[in-house]
Design a protein around this ligand. Structure first.
Ligand code: FES
Length: 150
């Protein structure tokens, strides 16, 4: 066990954890932010996507010791006092079906739009290819990202 200082959603957290514990477990089970989901646990599905220094990153295979000193943002932290425009577009496009993968999808979409304000469909497909949706909501995800970019 080690004492680690983390910055999550612009708040400092001091946690006691095995340095090799995946960040996802720390976020969900120690810090208590459960919006980030566990899907495969093998960096294959994207359900656990968070932002690390602004970049979409899978948290299920990332040791917590590797993120000390970095800025971690979860779905709970993308917008503090209003619905984020990407979340609003998700609502208006009625994207989710079962909903399980959607926080990871939104985190990847927000990271894309922070870097590319006018993505083409090819840009969207490239940025979102690591986020799997078993309900097949991909056309609505693309539609919502295009709507949020307007
Ligand atoms: Fe991390 Fe699937 S749970 S990629």
């Amino acid at each position: 066990m080690a004492t680690l200082s983390l910055t999550i959603n612009n708040k400092f957290h001091t946690v006691e954890a095995d340095p090799e514990m995946p960040l996802l477990w720390v976020i969900r089970d120690i810090v208590g932010l459960t919006g980030t989901k566990f899907g495969c646990g093998m960096a294959q599905c994207g359900a656990c996507t968070i932002h690390l220094d602004g970049n979409a990153t899978r948290s299920c295979v990332l040791p917590v010791s590797a993120v000390v000193g970095k800025k971690i943002t979860t779905i709970e932290g993308i917008s503090t006092n209003r619905t984020h425009p990407v979340q609003q577009a998700w609502i208006e496009s009625q994207v989710p079906q079962c909903g399980y993968c959607q926080s990871g999808q939104i985190m990847s979409a927000v990271a894309l739009l922070n870097k590319n304000v006018k993505p083409t469909n090819a840009d969207i497909d490239a940025a979102m290819q690591g986020n799997i949706c078993r309900c097949g909501t991909y056309p609505r995800i693309r539609q919502a990202i295009q709507a949020a970019a307007k």
